[in-house]
Design a protein around this ligand. Structure first.
Ligand SMILES: Cc1ncc(COP(=O)(O)O)c(C=O)c1O
Length: 389
């Protein structure tokens, strides 16, 4: 900790906890103290820690080929793109390394899409309270001033509209719109889902104005809501033109993807985009293994997520300062009438890792292998911690 304070850029405010190892839903600090991990690296460690099948493929692949660059083919990029196409209903994948990078790709696709139609077609319509990443492009469409303020001016032509307000969206979208971007469940913004009617309206407006509809599934997607992607919660699913995902895809190895329809993908031709590390054999192989496991886990995510929801609603009846429990599957927020920071610290000291977003929303993103018993253990700790408020 001392060395970090001296030599690492001071852009994070870390909790005073040094993690050394993990197994299943638990992580351990340097003293060997055990913590129930209900934040999972902010939604990354989908299979918990040291999952035997993930450990096995990483070991094997490390001895074969870690990186070959995008100059050449390898065994896993094609099969993973095929798997993503089957899961998403979208045809073509670009492989990046992080969420924000996947979003940069989507923004470039939107710009190139617009350029082909008219030099005036470059606007992006995005939602207030959204979060899309920290690079200048992703930041430009992030609808929270606190993240953008220090870096302005950012990309021109971005319009922000309030979520779930169809009339405001209709007023913002027009011939100059290249893309409409939204999270199906705003994560950083406090676990706020958008409604089916709203997403349907966005789909119709995008079609009417020949704009791309881009869904950011980086936090809410890839199994977390109990479906492969959060837009598949709707009956029938509302298909985007472009979808970006990252966090859980390679279970802790960096991997981000942009997946697009054939029509949208055609906007980015040879030489227009690229990445040195994106889609390497190690990350792609792990992601393929993860998808095999995820197929078996989806029903459990819904079941255990539903149970967690019920248990948190019990807490809401017990503690008056809990205002609302929101979310789907294993993406749950609990909004409080009091600041959440101390609760997060108390929970950590009591052996439960969670975090707090927007000052008052406790955020739970447990691994997909979480069981009802793990939920009971977490709720027991939470009850104790909340009882002190
Ligand atoms: C919805 C959403 N989009 C984009 C990002 C950025 O992803 P990354 O931190 O991998 O760049 C995040 C990260 O929290 C996110 O939650």
């Amino acid at each position: 900790m001392d060395l970090e304070r001296e030599f690492v850029l001071q852009n994070y405010s870390r909790y005073p906890l040094v993690l050394r190892r993990g197994k299943g839903v638990y992580v351990y600090d340097t003293a060997g103290k055990r913590y129930l991990d209900f934040i999972a690296g902010i939604g990354v460690n989908a299979l918990g820690h040291a999952h035997p099948r993930i450990v096995r493929v990483i070991r094997e692949q490390a001895g074969l080929l870690l990186h070959g660059s995008n100059l050449y083919y390898h065994d896993y990029q094609g099969p993973l793109a095929q798997r993503l196409a089957r899961a998403s209903g979208l045809q073509r994948t670009f492989f990046a390394n992080t969420g924000t990078e996947a979003m940069e790709g989507a923004l470039k696709m939107a710009r190139a899409w617009g350029h082909k139609l008219s030099p005036e077609k470059y606007e992006i319509v995005s939602l207030e309270n959204s979060f899309h990443g920290r690079s200048l492009g992703s930041l430009s469409i992030t609808g929270q001033g606190k993240y953008r303020a220090d870096f302005e001016p950012l990309l021109p032509g971005v319009k922000f509209v309030p979520p779930n307000d169809g009339a405001a969206l209709e007023a913002a979208v027009g011939g100059g719109t290249a893309a409409i971007v939204m999270e199906m469940i705003q994560g950083e913004g406090g676990i706020f889902p958008v409604t089916q009617e709203y997403v349907q309206a966005a789909r119709e407006l995008a079609d009417r104005h020949n704009a791309l509809l881009i869904f950011d599934e980086i936090q809410c997607g890839v199994g977390r809501p109990g479906t492969y992607f959060a837009y598949q919660r709707f009956q029938p699913a509302i298909q985007p033109d472009v979808m970006v995902a990252a966090k859980p895809l390679a279970c802790g190895l960096p991997l981000g993807v942009l997946v697009a329809t054939e029509r949208a993908a055609a906007a980015l031709g040879p030489g227009m985009h690229g990445s040195t590390f994106g889609g390497g054999p190690l990350a792609c192989r792990v992601a393929l293994e993860f998808f095999d496991i995820l197929d078996e886990l989806l029903p459990a995510i819904l079941r255990v997520g539903g149970y967690f929801h019920v248990r948190l609603n019990e807490l809401m009846r017990k503690f008056q300062f809990i205002k609302e429990v929101r979310g789907f599957g294993l993406m749950i927020g609990m909004e409080l009438a009091v600041p959440g920071k101390q609760i997060v610290i108390d929970a950590m000291n009591a052996g439960l890792l969670i975090n707090c977003t927007h000052d008052v929303v406790l955020r739970f993103l447990p691994p997909y292998i979480t069981t009802e018993r793990d939920v009971d253990a977490a709720v027991k700790i939470l009850t104790r911690v909340l009882g002190k408020v």
